[in-house]
Design a protein around this ligand. Structure first.
Ligand SMILES: [Ca+2]
Length: 398
């Protein structure tokens, strides 16, 4: 039941779909209050990131409109090719990465800008995108991309000035991350401390995730120049380790960092994870999975269990809830929080739009979600891929 109607909302032309929400799919494994909670901050743990200079909080985390009158879901744009990340420019336009190597500027018109030296292969390509906290002043953007160096797949973070619809002033900010057909990480996000956080995959070499000297299977934290902050736990860019392929980053108002991560779904089991990230902690891959516990390792806050696959994309925080996407899960998952305790879990849009990857809170208070049906793992529809605008107030959770 699709009603198609064209309307104009600000700069965006929107096609409206009527959609149904809610799905009684299996619940994740949520630890009970009796369980040990190794993710709790312990006094012996390394200290929280210091706030240096004036903290920059991305404006997208501070919605100015809380009364949202729009429908549950609208199509903002269609015809994209594997959109991986969404950012909002100060004027309200969307800037989107397509994995094949395009930046797409979506406003009154849609413009594609080629990012050079991108190698799209397997899960790699043009992946993460972040605006500098001072973007309105310096017009700097950061991208995480897969490339070829001497015939080898590598991943790196580059910075450009993005002005008048064009890229200039290319700088490599951070390099030396191994690439692979799968498990390329790729999310980049500025934290409330002003540092850039980078997720990296194990590049299909599971044991490397346990080596703190390696950049693989990690969440990294660097300055906007790519330098290592003094309070990082290992005197390197490594912030946390023992990750398989973390795909999402989000901070709550208390500064806690949440991250979604792919479990070994290729083995016919899910064990996808939502983790609460503390500096220096070991998240267990490949030693433990699911709800397994081991001394010195941190188990997920919630995980999908062995028979369900979320294959999560990005995660976003809004008003006491985490919203994360599912690729193979083809859904939007909503986690209700009480502090760092999970109090609820709900599944929306199950199978309705196919694979979902990016989720970003817009300056208008709506969630913007991308489909990923042209990534080689689905049968795309003629309109794919889409960016959807979701009204979080209409995602009714019990
Ligand atoms: Ca883990």
């Amino acid at each position: 039941m699709k009603t198609i109607k064209i309307l104009t909302l600000g700069l965006l032309s929107l096609i409206v779909f009527a959609a149904c929400a809610g799905d009684p799919s299996p619940s994740p494994v949520i630890p009970t209050s009796e369980d040990p909670t190794p993710f709790l901050l312990s006094p012996a743990a390394p200290t929280q990131p210091a706030i240096t200079e004036s903290p920059q909080i991305p404006s997208a985390q501070v919605p100015t409109i809380t009364l949202l009158t729009g429908p549950l879901v609208e199509v903002v744009t269609s015809g994209l090719d594997t959109p991986w990340e969404i950012a909002f420019l100060p004027g309200g336009e969307l800037l989107v990465t397509e994995r094949s190597g395009n930046l797409v500027l979506i406003g009154r018109t849609t413009t594609r800008i080629r990012v050079p030296n991108v190698e799209q292969r397997g899960e790699g390509g043009l992946l993460g995108l972040a605006l500098d906290p001072d973007y309105p002043v310096n017009n700097r953007i950061y991208v995480y991309l897969t490339s070829l160096e001497n015939g080898q797949l590598v991943n790196r973070v580059e910075r450009y000035v993005f002005k008048n619809g064009a890229l200039s002033d290319r700088e490599v900010i951070f390099e030396g991350i191994l690439g692979a057909n799968n498990h390329d990480g790729g999310r980049i996000e500025f934290g409330p401390d002003g540092y850039l956080y980078i997720t990296t995959g194990d590049a299909q070499n599971p044991d490397i995730a346990q080596a703190v000297t390696s950049l693989q299977g990690k969440i990294l934290r660097v300055s906007s120049e790519g330098e290592v902050p003094e309070d990082n736990p290992f005197a390197s860019a490594v912030w946390s380790y023992g990750h398989r392929n973390p795909q999402g980053l989000a901070w709550d108002p208390e500064g806690r960092l949440w991250s979604t991560e792919h479990g070994p779904s290729g083995l016919g089991s899910g064990y996808d994870e939502l983790n609460l990230i503390t500096p220096g902690a070991n998240y267990g891959w490949p030693e433990i999975q699911g709800e397994e516990k081991l001394e010195g390792m941190v188990s997920p806050v919630i995980q999908s269990g062995g028979s369900v696959t979320w294959a999560p994309g990005d995660v976003e925080y809004l008003e006491g809830r985490l919203y994360f996407t599912g690729l193979r899960g083809s859904a939007l998952y909503v986690v209700s929080l009480d502090g760092e305790r999970v109090t609820g879990f709900n599944t929306f849009f199950s199978g309705e739009f196919g694979r979902l990857r990016a989720v970003r809170l817009g300056p208008d208070g709506y969630l913007y979600v991308s489909t990923s049906n042209r990534d080689g793992r689905a049968n795309p529809g003629v309109d794919d891929d889409l960016i959807l605008r979701v009204n979080p107030n209409l995602l009714i959770t019990p």
